[in-house]
Design a protein around this ligand. Structure first.
Ligand SMILES: Nc1ncnc2c1ncn2[C@@H]1O[C@H](COP(=O)(O)OP(=O)(O)OP(=O)(O)O)[C@@H](O)[C@H]1O
Length: 619
């Protein structure tokens, strides 16, 4: 546990960002359009129509102001007062309705899009190669699910509104300004290209700082998950201060990058305002001199100024769209990086369902490496005959867990084959392979659900009688019945509401319920009291009955009972045979036996230090 904690910490402090991938803005926009918006063209059209209407009603306001000034105040046409008032009511009601429809539809499209993206992301995580998943910290993935996805949604919604509504507003308002007075329009808008050039220079800065800040947020999330998980170790090793300092430094780094992005974004607004302000001053100066000379009507001037005022906000969002897009692009690069992650361990096209006979497992000259420089298994050949139990023993890091993982095809061997009943597991469907195997890990994995759901995990429909029978066989029924809600009791996060022994028995009941002919077992070694240990032991014996078992063994009693023992050392099988034969040989098994076995009847409990050179236990 402590090692895991420190490994995690190193991975975090390295600041590696396994989630980031490089995508251009155009790629991302095209993809969002193709995969998420085009399939919802109906809703999109409603949103666009509503936005068009909002833009058109906004464009009508300057004209109404112009008519009020010219017809009512200057020309004194009394009948126009009512008409203009009615027109303003109609326009504002239409504007209100269209704005509501546009807002809710755009929000739905944004949320739906992000929900789809999260579903895609989860589906990828559930199937991605374990070799990659193991390199990504769960906290980072969590942060990507929450923060990155939210940022993409916000950007996508904003971009839709900007493109659909604000862009149109700008066009309509510019049109009405030019219609009223082309010269003033030029004066006001002359600074616009300058503003756009200025803003585009901030783009790259925005993307970089957003990407960094998201990475830091991911790191922070990783740190929090890891600290919570390892809280007892943190306290036992008096590392509270150290962890606090690390969290503070991650938070401060995230703050720094967020501020860089905020400064770049904040600069875009005043720079726009400055430039538009200059244009305004020029326009008022010229309009004023013309007004004094009587060349310009008050209505034209007021209408024009209303349009100029109304254009400011949509113009700003159009001009800053590119800068805002960068935040979304940085977040999307991370989420799409996960969604697009290639899966290398896939079912072959001609994969056939495994034809189970008696459940023989055979490793044929298997060589495997997690990375090319470190070959973990070197030409391993081993057969587990049907109904037999083979115990794997060997020093820590000798490759025992790796061999078990290969039987489930979590990884493919570099060379050699893994066969079940004579069929290469690479050529059978993953479903049929994994249906035929039950796995019990050393650290039992329970989900935050009811006991029933945990025992019948993955089974449909759940057969209650079989759940109870499995629990009885795993010596778990009595304690389950003593819980407040029996089989409907929820077990809490990672089964935290149960004791270690209870968790192990639920995990064993799950394997019994699955009733697969092959069992892969990492024998539990938790320090249980002798009564709990005896119960787990009895449960295990019930589970192993009549199955082919490949077991990473930690107890002398189980090792002795195995049909044969396979001793691994540095990725090779160095000895194979029954307990007595191996003890008589005087090799590695004898050394393991004299240093670890035989004490208190089981060697796992006797391991003094997990870091000792010859440790057989998993963690
Ligand atoms: N996901 C991984 N990526 C890279 N290397 C790994 C990975 N998992 C295991 N290894 C390495 O492979 C070697 C064999 O590991 P494995 O877990 O199979 O040993 P083991 O015999 O089960 O050890 P233990 O008894 O300590 O659990 C070790 O050197 C380990 O560091």
């Amino acid at each position: 546990m402590k090692d895991q904690l420190f490994r995690d910490a190193n991975a975090i402090s390295r600041g590696a960002d396994e989630l980031n991938a490089n995508y251009s803005t155009a790629d991302i926009v095209k993809r969002i359009w193709k995969e998420h918006l085009r399939p919802r063209l109906g809703l999109l059209s409603i949103a666009v129509t509503a936005m068009l209407l909002t833009a058109a009603t906004t464009g009508a306001i300057p004209f109404l102001i112009q008519r009020t000034a010219d017809d009512v105040f200057v020309a004194k046409q009394e009948e126009m007062v009512l008409w203009i008032a009615v027109a303003i009511v109609v326009v504002t009601v239409l504007k209100a309705i269209s704005e509501y429809v546009a807002d809710t539809t755009v929000a739905y499209l944004g949320h739906r899009f992000i929900a789809d993206l999260r579903i895609q992301m989860f589906a990828k995580l559930a199937r991605a190669d374990l070799s990659w998943i193991q390199t990504v910290h769960s906290g980072r993935i969590l942060s990507s699910f929450l923060n990155d996805a939210n940022l993409i949604r916000a950007t996508a919604s904003r971009s839709m509104v900007t493109l659909g509504e604000n862009f149109l507003k700008v066009i309509i308002l510019v049109g009405s300004m030019f219609y009223m007075d082309a010269r003033f329009s030029v004066l006001i808008l002359i600074f616009l290209p300058l503003a756009i050039i200025m803003l585009s220079r901030q783009r790259r800065k925005m993307r970089k700082s957003t990407s960094k800040s998201l990475q830091e947020t991911g790191d922070l999330s990783a740190l929090i998950t890891q600290t919570l998980r390892g809280m007892r170790v943190v306290r036992a090793y008096r590392q509270e201060g150290q962890e606090e300092a690390r969290a503070a430094s991650a938070i401060n780094r995230a703050l720094e990058f967020t501020m860089r992005g905020t400064r770049a974004r904040a600069l875009s607004s005043p720079s726009m305002e400055l430039l538009v302000g200059f244009g305004f001053a020029l326009a008022i100066y010229f309009a004023g001199t013309q007004g004094v000379r009587g060349d310009l009507t008050l209505g034209h001037f007021m209408g024009f100024m209303t349009a100029a005022l109304l254009i400011y906000s949509p113009l700003k969002s159009v001009a800053t769209l590119q800068t805002q897009l960068q935040e979304g692009v940085a977040a999307a690069s991370r989420v799409f990086g996960v969604v697009d992650r290639p899966i290398t361990l896939v079912e072959l096209e001609d994969a056939k369902p495994l034809k189970l006979d008696k459940g023989e497992i055979e490793f044929k000259d298997v060589t495997f490496a997690y990375d090319p420089e470190n070959v973990v298994l070197k030409g391993v050949s081993l057969t587990v005959p049907p109904g037999n139990t083979v115990a794997l023993v060997g020093p820590s890091g000798s490759g025992k867990s790796t061999l078990v993982n290969l039987a489930l095809r979590f990884f493919d061997p570099e060379q050699g084959q893994v066969l079940i009943d004579g069929q290469d597991i690479k050529h059978v469907t993953l479903n049929s392979l994994r249906e035929s195997i039950a796995l019990v890990t050393q650290d039992p994995v329970l989900f935050d659900d009811t006991i029933r759901a945990n025992i019948a995990y993955g089974a449909k429909p759940v057969v209650d009688d079989e759940v109870i029978a499995a629990a009885k066989a795993a010596a778990a029924h009595d304690f389950i019945m003593g819980l407040p809600k029996g089989y409907d009791t929820r077990v809490g996060e990672a089964g935290g509401l149960l004791s270690g022994g209870e968790r192990q028995r639920i995990a064993i009941a799950r394997a019994i319920y699955k009733d697969a002919p092959i069992l892969l077992l990492d024998e539990p070694t938790s320090s249980l009291d002798s009564e709990a240990e005896a119960k787990v032991q009895a449960a295990l014996e019930g589970l192993m009955q009549g199955r082919s078992v490949l077991m990473i063994a930690h107890r002398l009693s189980t090792v002795k009972k195995a049909d044969f023992i396979c001793v691994l050392d540095q990725g090779r099988i160095v000895e194979i045979g029954r307990h007595d034969q191996l003890v008589a040989k005087g090799g590695l098994y004898t050394r393991l036996h004299s240093t670890q076995f035989g004490i208190a009847g089981g060697y796992a409990d006797a391991i003094p230090d997990a870091d000792a050179p010859v440790a057989v236990a998993g963690e």
